[in-house]
Design a protein around this ligand. Structure first.
Ligand code: NDP
Length: 449
């Protein structure tokens, strides 16, 4: 394990996020490798940390004033042992190869946990959609797909959304793919309902996180009803995390964006959430506008120089980070514990730093890791692929029922995998072990490829 880590550090010394994701996995699968020497003999881990394919490309596009911009596009196809590559696209100025590799790596094990046949990939561009017109977004998506189309396909690699890529972007990307290939296929998920999309796909990641949270609580004989929850982010995942918490009788106290956070002691109920959805999804506004509409609520501007996030200091029972990676560090974790939080469930990918996770586990705070807890989005993407292949659409109840069943299965799988190694109740170890074993066995079956 140490050699594997040393190799990736030597090969790609600047890829901090990727090292973090690999380090977290390796720290928990050691007992599996000890029990199964065949994985070592066949260099399964060495092969898992090296992407099967990495594509980097130029994305030139023109803004509304006629100025030309050049961004960098990525698609990292990490592992296809258990199915075609699958994973989202992220448009954000922070995107680089390290971030896309960490996300693709996580995606491999997350997809394995869903029980569906999907390999792992991730892609995106260092493009900042903030403040861009619809026409600029469309031109960027078309330029991005003008290269990506030759690498993807419904049986090869099926991208979806992530930060900065929602229904609007998936529409433009799909339109361009269809034009270039002259084929109407389920090559992207998160599509519009009228053209191959699935009901519940927009809600799936957030709802799934809350089903997983509820399952963790139920395992301790508790429910979400009456629980006060801190949620970060206000995008796709956060909005539907908040919606499901409210539906299950919990109270949502906070939401955020990169400019700051809001805190509403009275709770962000269904009608206030509708205001946020319109603000974010239609007007593309900032979360601070919430406290103009609801003046009793507090708005606190982000202050990166603090080194910790004041959002995590309010008294609460549960915390669900749903914005971005490494948004919750050791100081935040200590503040959460002091504020009474007994459960942390990750909506975003890798939102907690390794030090924060170690603190939660030391303190006996229930910890739901992203690769298990937020797998509902890709699971329903898998269901969208199935509906596309059969050219049928399932009802809302059918899809949500399947999502709920998948999240409960993932929850049970994590507990069982952890218990098999004497690590009762350790969701992090359980998710890593179960996700790893399925992919590793498939790699052994398929030989050295
Ligand atoms: P969105 O783009 O819809 O929303 C992202 C939210 O996080 C926004 O509120 C955004 O604020 C905030 N944010 C992004 N970057 C930063 C940053 N550097 N600092 C502070 N806030 C930030 O993305 P999603 O909701 O889809 O994704 C959120 C997380 O969930 C990501 O980690 C993603 O990988 C993960 N995820 C998403 C899935 C999906 O189905 N969409 C599936 C599984 C995981 P602002 O608008 O100011 O940038």
């Amino acid at each position: 394990m140490d050699e594997v880590l040393a190799t990736i550090l030597r090969r790609d010394p600047e890829q901090r996020e990727f090292h973090q994701a690999v380090g977290e996995l390796l720290a928990t699968i050691r007992p599996v490798l000890d029990r199964h020497p065949e994985y070592r003999r066949h260099a399964v881990v060495e092969r898992l940390v090296e992407p099967e394919r990495m594509i980097m490309f130029r994305v030139p596009w023109m803004d509304d004033q006629g100025a030309i911009h050049v961004n960098r596009g990525y698609r990292v196809e990490m592992n296809s042992a258990i199915g075609p590559y699958k994973g989202g696209l992220r448009f954000h100025p922070s995107v680089n190869l390290s971030i896309i590799k960490f996300l693709a790596f996580e995606q491999v094990f997350k997809n394995s946990l869903t029980t569906l046949a999907m390999g792992g990939a991730k892609g995106g561009a260092d493009f900042d959609p903030k403040g861009r017109s619809d026409a600029e977004i469309m031109r960027f998506c078309q330029a991005f797909m003008a290269e990506l189309f030759r690498h993807i396909g419904e049986d090869t690699d099926v991208p979806a959304g992530d930060i900065g890529v929602g229904a609007r972007e998936i529409g433009y990307l799909f339109g361009m793919y269809k034009k270039l290939q002259n084929k109407f296929t389920g090559v992207l998920t998160g599509k519009g309902l009228a053209w191959g999309g699935s009901l519940i796909r927009p809600e799936a990641t957030g709802y799934g996180v809350v089903y997983f949270t509820a399952a963790m609580l139920a395992h301790r004989g508790e429910t979400l009803a009456g629980k006060r929850c801190l949620v970060s982010g206000s995008g796709n995942v956060a909005q539907f995390v908040a919606e499901k918490i409210v539906q299950m009788g919990g109270t949502v106290l906070s939401l955020s964006d990169s400019s700051g956070h809001i805190y509403d002691e009275e709770g962000i109920d269904a009608s206030k959430l509708e205001f946020i959805k319109t603000l974010k999804n239609i007007h593309r506004g900032r979360i601070g506008e919430y406290s103009e509409r609801y003046p009793h609520a507090l708005y606190v501007a982000a202050n990166p120089t603090l080194g910790w996030n004041p959002l995590w200091r309010y008294p609460a029972d549960c915390a669900l980070p749903a914005a971005t990676q490494n948004e919750l560090n050791l100081a935040d974790a200590q503040h959460l514990a002091a504020a009474g939080v007994r459960l942390v469930c990750e909506g975003a990918n890798m939102p907690s730093t390794p030090e924060a996770i170690a603190f939660f586990r030391d303190q006996g705070i229930l910890f739901g890791p992203a690769k298990a807890a937020n797998a509902g989005g890709v699971a329903v993407s898998g269901l969208e692929m199935a509906q596309d292949a059969m050219r049928i659409s399932w009802s809302r109840e059918e899809v949500e029922g399947r999502l709920r069943a998948i999240m409960h299965t993932i929850h049970r799988t994590c507990l069982e995998a952890a218990a098999a190694y004497g690590l009762e109740g350790d969701y992090l170890a359980g998710a890593n072990i179960a996700g790893f074993v399925k992919v590793a066995d498939a790699m052994l079956d398929q030989g050295l490829v």
